[in-house]
Structure formats: structure tokens, C-alpha cells
Design a binder for this molecule. Sequence first.
Ligand code: ATP
Length: 593
Amino acid sequence: MVAKAIVTEKEAATEQQAQEKLRSLLPKEVIEVFDKSFKEFAKVQIHAGLKLLAHEDVVVESPTGSGKTLAFLLPALTIMKRKPKWEPNEIGLLVICPSRDLALQIAHVGQPFADALGYSLHATIGGKKIETDLKKIHAGVNILIATPGRLERLIDGDLREGKLKRMLRCVEILIVDEADKFTEVSFAASMNTILPCLPKQRRTGLFSATQAKDKVDLAPFTLRSPAYIKLADEKDVISPSSLSAFYTIIKADEKLCALVEFIRSVPDKKVLVFFASCQCVQYFSMILPRILSKRKIFAVHGKNKKSRFSQMTSFRKAESAVMLSTDLMSRGIDIHDLDWVVHFDIPKKSSWFVHRCGRAGRNGREGSSLLLAIPGQTAYVNFIKQHEHLEMKEMKLKTVTELKAEQLRQKVVGFASKSREILEHGTSAYVSWLKASTTNDAHIVCKFKELDIIGHAHSFGLLRLPKCKETYERDVSGFKRSEVDTSTIQYENKSLEDKRKEIRAKNEKRKDIYKEKEANDPRAQLKKKIKEKREGKNKKNKGEKKSNEKKKMELDEKENGEDEKVEIGEKRKIKTEKKDKTKKRKVDSTDAE
Ligand SMILES: Nc1ncnc2c1ncn2[C@@H]1O[C@H](COP(=O)(O)OP(=O)(O)OP(=O)(O)O)[C@@H](O)[C@H]1O
């Protein structure tokens, strides 16, 4: 597959001409909806739109927040409009994206255009019943926005009727948003189910801020001599020029204190904090509201599927708030007034880092990102600069002190000492952090064995250091173990506590019954006696055995010694006899000579 030359500014003539050219190609319904919200097309919308409308496949790489969503929706809807009528059971546009939240966001952007054109649009994401979704799609869909896993399950679930496959065979445009994400193994199975259902004679557009570095990874999409459109801001980097990236070096013990002090320093800003795992988001969403009681704190992660949408909506609406999230929100999510992105932990893949940063500084609006790095992670700053072309400047968090960190640790230990939920979530969060720290792609530059895991345990406010593979091999003597008896810590949730008490009582009762049974059961008594006797005997035997063994060894030594002596004596005797014989023979022979 020989790709065409990279599209450059020259090729698209002047910006104004290009604007007019694209405007002339779009249906009036689309223009009317677009003009309600925007004045002119973004650069990526011009370049991608002109290529797609010229019947070319495209691979588009454009900075985060540069307007890629409309860059594929506008031309895709225009291509659909070329067909006079779309029947309810014909899907003309299929958009695949990696997360539910992004699918809903794309549907939200595309709905007004679909309504204006009279097309039915549906976003199919996990969490709803397969049958319900299939029923809705069978009733009639022209534009389908789907997460791959969900679409795979719908195709598998519809095999009997096969109506969905027939609908997919009408697809004229396939759009894959955050396309490089689909080169990850986790999506391979789903894509292998979906792609063969689509007609080969279609337009395909792959969009992302970071396209796959190896073009071989794009093979499954069967692109036909695609145009590679690579747009970058002035500094020729993936991140927009409106984004300022920082890092700060803090001790592991002071990490939570650094996050709290930073959030306090931006009271009227919108902050998005990224953690390494769901468990960390769950845990810190329990303790941060107790520390920053005046701030609105929201949380989204893969486990809170039900409340995720409402948390996102509330965060979007809030003037100033803090959102705690996993990398679920690292791609595509558009919160146009987000001011800060904070990396509490580094992501699993370094390419996700720039996507995380790109949640801020969108579409020309100023935004910033801050990496909380601990000693041993400074190499990560250069790693990102080298691999992701994102330069970070150092920032000092002056209000963070050892004393404040220790006071905060004791405060969190206090929370955990009164709430079993916090105690248990803290431990599982810390264990998940340990595992994440050994599996990210930067462990080459940030070696796990150099990470201060004890300092992190203090930052998590743990009462006990969990026993697991990662802590097992380490010197944990520096850990500040709390004297609180954790078995006395109760759940805040009454029903949970009652259940725990019930289980403990049952266990105690079982132990008493066993003891009583053993005391009253002659056979058990006999068994116990025999066992004791045997143990006694064994002990005695062991003792005797040991002493016998010792005696035997002594005897052996002795016997061996004697045997050896005898042996040596006999050997010596034999030798002397031999000597005598040879002497005698000599004497004889000399006589004979
Ligand atoms: N032509 C335009 N003029 C002004 N703003 C626009 C235009 N097109 C899109 N936007 C706005 O820019 C913001 C970013 O758009 P979008 O989410 O499509 O960016 P993106 O490139 O897909 O970002 P990401 O790489 O993070 O997915 C949105 O708030 C959107 O409303």
C-alpha cells in the first residue's frame, strides 16, 4: 500500500479558499447546524473533509482538541446525503470508538446534524441489554456509533436473524476514532468480528492525535491508498500549543500532600486527576472529600458504570470542581473549560500521557498539565519528551512540607481506623498501584525496584503494609505501622458491619463447637490421645532416633576406625609379606646367576 504524500498547507491552497471550498461541498442542512455553533472550519476539518469528499481514505493525525469529531462527521454525513434515500434498515455511517463516554459524546455532537438530515442515529454501548439494543437497531438506524466490544456482542447475538449483518453491509463510511488504540491486543478480537461484516467498497477514515507508529498496524482496516494527513501546532508536537506541561519532583511520602496542596492552590479551577487504577480512584474519592471538604469532587472509573454518566454531566456543568479518573477519560473526552490535568500516577502506555494532557488546552483555550513525579521517575520526563515530543517544565510546590505530609498521613490513618471501608479500599488501592507500577511501559526508565513503595504506602495512609509479591522482596522496616487493632475496626455501613459480626460470631461458635465436640467424643479423645502418644513417641523416637543415630554414627566411626585399622594392618602385613617374597626371590636368583 503506497500512501500518498502528506497533505501540507500549500496543497490546500489558502485557508480562506479551502474554507469556501469545503462549505460549498456540504449540504445546506449541515451548514445551518454548523453555523449555529461555529464561525469557521478548523484546519483538520478542512483537510480531512476535502480528502474524504474526494472519495479517498484518510489517516488523520491532529493535536488533541483540534476538532477531529466534526472532521469526520461533516464529510461522512455529506457522503450519506449523496444517496437519495436511506431505508431504516440501512446503516450508512459506522463510527467505532474505544469508550462509552466517547461514543455518547460523539452521538451528542452528531445528533443535531442527523436530525436536520432526517437520519436515525444510535449509540450502542455496554450496560444495556443486548436484546434491547438489537430491537432498537432493527427498528431502524442509519448512523451507528459503537464501542467495539458491544458491537461484537450484538453481531454474535444477532447471528440467528442476521439482520444486523445485513444492515452493516450497507455501510458507506467507516470512521475509527482514537484509531491507534485499536492496535492494542484487547481490541483485536472485536475488530476481527466487525471488519469482515463491512463492505470492502467503503470510505474509511482513521482519526487520532497519535496514530500507530507502525503502518503495518493499520492493515486490518484494508485502507485503499489512504491520504496521510498530519497536522501539528507550531512546535510540531501532538499536543496543542495552548497546553503548558509541567512536572514537580516530590518524595513518595508527600505525594498525597502535593495533590491536596495543588488542588487548594487552584480553588476556582476545573481539575482532572488521573490515577493508575479503578481501585485508586475509588479509594481517593473516599478520602479526598474528607480532606478538601469545600471542593466538589467527582469520580469516574470502569467499575462505577451506573453513576459514571451523571458524574461526567455534573463535572461538565460545575464552575470549579475536581474529577478523579482512570485512563478511561484519557482519550477524546471533551470538557472545553478544563483548566488542569494532574497525573497522580503515570499511565500504562506513554502514548496515553499526551492524550491525558490533551483533555486541557482544547481548541485554542489555555490549559495546563502537572505530573507528580517521585525521585526515580525524573527519567520519565525525558522519556515523554523523546517519545511523545512533549516538553515539560519543572514546577515547585512550595507549600508541601514533610510535617504537612506526616499530619495528612495521620489524618488518613485516622479515617481508616474508624471505617473498615476505607481500610479495605486503601489496601486494594495500594496493591493495584504496585501492580500498575510493574506493568507500565516506562518501567525501563522508572525501575520498580527503585520506586519508594514504603513512601507510597505512607502517602496512601495505610495502617498495615499488605503482604504481596511486590512488598515481599523489599526491606519494609521503614514502614510506620499503626498500633490500631484492625480486627476492631467496624464498617460504617451498618448492614455490612452486622454481616461481619455475624460471620465472626459464626466462626467463634464453630470453634467452640469443635472444641466441645472433641472434649465429649470418646473417639475424638482416643484419637487425641493416640495422636499425642504418637507425637510423644515420635518426639521420643526422634530423640531416641537422634541419640541412636548419634550412637550409631559414633559406633560407625569407631567400627570404621577399627575396620580401617584392621584393613590398614592387613594391607601392611600383605605388603611386608610381598617384600619378604621379593627379597627371597632375589636372593634365590642371585644364587642362580
Ligand atoms: N470549527 C470549530 N470551531 C471552533 N470550535 C470547534 C470547531 N470544531 C470543534 N470545535 C470544538 O473544539 C473542541 C474539541 O473538539 P473535538 O473533541 O472534536 O477535538 P478532538 O481533536 O477530537 O480531540 P481529542 O484528540 O481529544 O479527541 C470541542 O469543544 C468542539 O466543540
